[in-house]
Design a protein around this ligand. Structure first.
Ligand SMILES: Nc1ncnc2c1ncn2[C@@H]1O[C@H](COP(=O)(O)OP(=O)(O)OP(=O)(O)O)[C@@H](O)[C@H]1O
Ligand SMILES: [Mg+2]
Length: 234
């Protein structure tokens, strides 16, 4: 299978309205099938970069997602092809119960199934939360909430999954459950993390972000060997 870029970013810059330059010429390519971690200190610009790829912030430079160059005409099609798990996952539920949130996700898939109820319940089973189908997502534990959000996101069969600090608030057991579920997905992934565990068990590659720039992209093996870069995660 030939690999091709699912994300291509060239010279992306962004300054917040208060004058803070958060992205200072980001270049990054993520090819199909990669699971790329972004490691970097607090404030390096990881979340700002993910928000740009998701089409929620609009800096200068070139962004291509799933073969579409981002502009006013393509932005909604691009948003539709992206799944985004926010670091504060409670903000991303739209529907009043878990089941309907997944049904909403299914409507994003290019080929939505006829029997959405059954398909949604299957997604919830896969993520181990079918028994919470009729509860409000906001009443779930942090671990369950992340899995509920992910079930809805994956039901939309995104071309790329963006995850901002996916292990935020999770204990060890729930971190392992989440990483194992992510490993089962074939979707291309780009995720920010401070956790060595995520890089060691999930990533195929690791990009290093410093002061608004991607300074290095390494394979997981290379990252493991680099003492200096390894210190960015714990
Ligand atoms: N709304 C905003 N207005 C002004 N500056 C902002 C805003 N949001 C973020 N910033 C600044 O932009 C820089 C990059 O922030 P960002 O949240 O992208 O960093 P990060 O790498 O995700 O950090 P962390 O590891 O803490 O999540 C930081 O200096 C931050 O203070
Ligand atoms: Mg962040």
């Amino acid at each position: 299978m030939n690999s091709y870029p699912v994300i291509k970013i060239e010279n992306l810059t962004y300054t917040f309205p208060d004058g803070h330059a958060a992205l200072r010429g980001v270049n990054l390519t993520v090819e199909k099938g990669m699971r790329m971690a972004i490691a970097g200190k607090n404030g390096a610009g990881k979340s700002t970069l993910l928000l740009h790829i998701a089409g929620l912030l609009d800096g200068d430079g070139i962004i291509e997602v799933a073969g579409m160059r981002r502009n006013r005409k393509t932005i909604s099609a691009i948003r539709n092809r992206i799944g985004f798990l926010f670091s504060q996952v409670e903000y991303q539920f739209i529907m009043p119960d878990v089941l309907n949130d997944v049904i909403l996700g299914l409507s994003k898939a290019s080929c939505a199934p006829d029997d959405t109820y059954t398909a949604a319940m299957e997604w919830l089973s896969r993520f181990g939360i079918a028994h919470h189908a009729h509860r409000s997502p906001l009443d779930l534990s942090s671990g369950e909430m992340k899995r509920a959000a992910l079930a809805g996101i994956m039901a939309g069969s995104p071309d790329i999954l963006l995850l901002d600090e996916p292990l935020n608030n999770l204990d060890r057991e729930n971190s392992e459950v989440l990483v194992n579920l992510l490993r089962e997905q074939e979707t291309t992934m780009l995720f920010s993390t401070h956790r060595a565990f995520m890089i060691d068990t999930l990533a195929t590659h690791c990009a290093v972000m410093e002061d608004g720039c991607i300074t290095t992209v390494l394979t997981r093996k290379e990252f493991k060997k680099s003492r200096v870069l390894r210190d960015l995660v714990f």
